[in-house]
Design a protein around this ligand. Structure first.
Ligand code: SF4
Ligand code: SF4
Length: 90
């Protein structure tokens, strides 16, 4: 299960501790999606596979926008890009 938590660092740690007290294993996902803007041609193909709408085309400029806070690092967008513009930073 992927769970996004928001709040200050003390609250996040308290929430993690609470889940651990219920015998729920908790680990932070340190990976991040990176978009190479020099390769991206704003074709929008990646937006069709993104389950969280982290990748979208701007309605006016038609340029790709990436919302890091919405990304769950599922990596579905990586093979969808014909220009190899998307990668995951470990
Ligand atoms: S890794 Fe998944 S959630 Fe993140 S931008 Fe790509 S498809 Fe969307
Ligand atoms: S599929 Fe690749 S080239 Fe197309 S918008 Fe997404 S990142 Fe850019």
């Amino acid at each position: 299960m992927v769970l996004e938590l928001a709040g200050d660092i003390d609250q996040l740690e308290a929430a993690s501790e609470w889940m651990r007290s219920l015998d729920i294993e908790v680990s932070a996902d340190a990976r991040e999606i990176a978009i190479d803007e020099t390769r991206c041609v704003d074709c929008g193909l990646c937006t069709g596979v993104c389950p969280t709408q982290a990748l979208q085309l701007h309605p006016e400029s038609y340029q790709l926008t990436f919302s890091r806070s919405r990304c769950i690092v599922c990596e579905q967008c990586i093979p969808a890009c014909p220009y190899q513009a998307i990668s995951v930073d470990l």
